[in-house]
Design a protein. Structure first.
Length: 302
């Protein structure tokens, strides 16, 4: 479920429409560029078979603090409808939820360098039962210390390079008719990317994502390396921006509209996270994410 909610929030809606390269313009290290802002997020993923995932989030970024340091905090809640999928070749149906609080802390250092960290608290739960059966299944994750860090370097107005790491740890627990089993779930995600501006208002973005996952409860381990590619063009004196790209194996597109102290970002993803969830919840999906941002600092100065 997290691939449809918190995994996207950590990149940001602009980065999602831009090909999902969280190493560059979605890097934690650049939070200080969005000081004195507040936002509301909403996202929805709909599968062709009827499965649906949706989330809402609210966030706030502090004014510039010591040496330009900024603190961003966001709270998120995710839910589902009655999701149907196959588990060990047996069809099951159920619903789930995910709740999280994240904090990103970042600052400019010197010579175009910026650094940031992510602190994360997140728990998930899912209740299911075999279709037509009486047995019940309860999945849940219990929080273990998790977070990440990011570094960017922007030597001039044309080039931005970045690296981002995300290290998640959870206690994964399953309760069923046979009793309770648990284990440690680990997810390590590393992103490296570079953005270049070939002409005024344009950005070309390219990078890669290396994801490793392991779970001692299910005795599984996976490792994947996928590309991120994107293009963005700003128009109408920066009041409008359009973008598109490929996030791992998912085509993306997005648009930004700016009016005074308000900004609306929209992103669309075809088959979101398909390289990660495969066809577990369905073969095809359409996802939309919207973020409304208010520059409260600009309003206060007026």
């Amino acid at each position: 479920m997290r691939d449809f909610s918190s995994g996207q929030i950590k990149k940001g809606v602009r980065s999602i429409g831009f090909g999902g390269d969280g190493a560059t313009w979605g890097n934690y290290a650049l939070v200080w560029k969005d000081t004195s802002t507040a936002l509301v997020d909403f996202g929805d993923t709909q599968y062709g078979n009827g499965n649906a995932f949706h989330f809402a989030a609210v966030g706030l970024t502090s004014p510039a603090l010591w040496h330009g340091l900024a603190v961003y905090v966001v709270a998120m809640a995710q839910g589902t409808n009655q999701v149907q999928f196959d588990m060990k070749s047996s069809p099951v149906v159920g619903s789930g939820s995910d709740h999280a609080i994240f904090s990103k802390i970042a600052m400019p250092i010197a010579a175009g360098l910026s650094a940031g960290i992510l602190l994360a608290y997140e728990t998930s739960a899912f209740d299911a039962a075999p279709r037509g059966g009486a047995d019940s299944l309860h999945f849940e994750t219990r929080w273990r210390p998790s977070g990440g860090f990011g570094v960017t370097w922007q030597p001039n107005a044309m080039i931005l390079m970045g690296f981002r790491a995300l290290l998640n740890r959870d206690l994964d627990r399953l309760n069923d008719s046979a009793g309770a089993t648990e284990g440690t779930a680990r997810s390590n995600e590393y992103r490296l990317g570079m953005s270049v501006s070939p002409w005024a208002g344009a950005l070309l973005d390219a990078g890669g994502t290396w994801l490793t996952r392991s779970n001692t409860r299910t005795a599984t381990h996976t490792s994947e390396l996928e590309p991120n590619l994107g293009f963005e063009q700003t128009l109408a004196e920066k009041h409008l921006a359009v973008r598109f790209g490929v996030d791992e194996t998912s085509p993306t597109a997005g648009v930004t509209v700016r009016i005074a102290s308000c900004r609306l970002d929209l992103a669309y993803v075809r088959d979101m996270a398909s390289s990660r969830v495969q066809t577990l919840f369905g073969r095809t999906s359409n996802s939309g994410i919207a973020t409304f941002t208010l520059d409260y600092g600009g309003l206060l100065h007026h």
